[in-house]
Ligand binder design. Structure first.
Ligand code: FAD
Length: 308
């Protein structure tokens, strides 16, 4: 219920405008958001790389309302790829199709994203573009988009997408992506979805996650298991050992600022970890979804704010 409340708050325009413009808002969000500028994301990446983990950089923003905003978002991602190359960062980029103008002009979004994927593919070492998954109205469109990008000559290894374990359709979607050799990030899912299409109970979502995780691990393709759920992570480790799947054959992924202890202990145990680093001025919806996932975060942040 609380999660739904925060997802609802994440869609509130008035609160968003206020929060994103206020100094207090920036202070509050800094736990989960690396800053507002590319330089902030670069600094955060360097620290994470030094701690033995790779990153995926996300310029926060969704649902642009005109072509210029979409072009501007893509331009920022071009600069992030340049910064990754220039600073020899161990990282890739994550983007949302609605941020690239999917709802404004689908053809433009296609051009912007395919240009980014081509740029990533031409990097040395080759870069990678992860297309994040948004709410269910976008699931099929996102998958179609990624299959198409992946088929373009030269792009194959440089684009992948995300599957949400809470969606009942995901097993079939995984099958189709694997048939094309597409890299997948598996997560539980962060949006509010109706019971007709999504598992509702945590145990059902977790069971589907574990089932899909095992399929991905055995696929021979490099995938990312994105979760902070320690039970699932332990299950993944045990499965990899039992099936003799090399630690280099997949990675765990976690969000910036969340379970840093767990991130580090996985690295110490020899597993690969990638940290998703969000930055940018439009941090409000992302931040609210993170609060909703763990109500204790609200108290955690309040306590830190009250510290002198
Ligand atoms: P949960 O069952 O929510 O949490 C398990 C445990 O993890 C909790 O008990 C707590 O200890 C810890 N934890 C979880 N969340 C938090 C938090 N916010 N603060 C502190 N502790 C926490 N969702 C999408 O819909 N589309 C995407 O493209 C997408 N990309 C993602 C990329 C990455 C790298 C990650 C890690 C997540 C992504 N998500 C995405 C979000 C995901 O769907 C979940 O909403 C989120 O990860 C919480 O689920 P969980 O697997 O950690 O498990």
């Amino acid at each position: 219920m609380l999660r739904a409340f925060f997802v609802h708050l994440s869609e509130n325009r008035t609160l968003r405008n206020f929060a994103e413009r206020s100094a207090l808002g920036h202070r509050v969000s800094s736990r989960f958001v690396a800053g507002t500028e590319i330089a902030d994301a670069v600094r955060a990446t360097q620290a994470v790389n030094q701690a033995g983990m790779s990153v995926s950089i996300d310029n926060l923003g969704e649902n642009v309302t005109n072509p210029d905003e979409a072009r501007h978002s893509a331009q920022l991602y071009q600069q992030i790829l340049d910064a990754i190359g220039a600073n020899h960062l161990n990282g890739n980029i994550s983007l949302k199709l609605t941020h690239m103008g999917l709802d404004v002009d689908e053809q433009l979004a296609r051009e912007l994203v395919s240009t980014l994927v081509a740029k990533a593919a031409a990097m040395n070492p080759p870069g990678f573009v992860r297309v994040d998954m948004e709410g269910s109205p976008y699931t099929q469109r996102t998958l179609d988009f990624v299959h198409e990008l992946h088929r373009m000559p030269g792009n194959g290894n440089s684009v992948g997408t995300v599957i949400q374990a809470y969606l009942k359709r995901s097993e079939k979607d995984v099958e189709n992506l694997l048939a094309d050799g597409i890299r997948i990030r598996l997560c539980k899912g962060a949006y509010k979805e109706p019971a007709s299409i999504a598992y509702e109970s945590k145990s059902d979502v977790d069971a589907n996650y574990i089932k899909l995780m095992k399929t991905l691990m055995k696929s021979g393709i490099y995938h990312g298991m994105a979760t902070h759920d320690v039970n699932i992570i332990r299950e993944g480790e045990a499965f990899a050992r039992k099936e003799k799947i090399a630690p280099e054959a997949f990675e765990f992924q976690m969000l910036y600022g969340i379970r840093r202890d767990l991130q580090q202990s996985l690295v110490r145990d020899g597993w690969r970890v990638r940290v998703y680093i969000p930055f940018g001025t439009e941090w409000y919806p992302y931040f609210m979804r993170r609060l909703g996932e763990r109500p204790a975060n609200v108290f955690f942040i309040a306590r830190n704010l009250l510290r002198p």
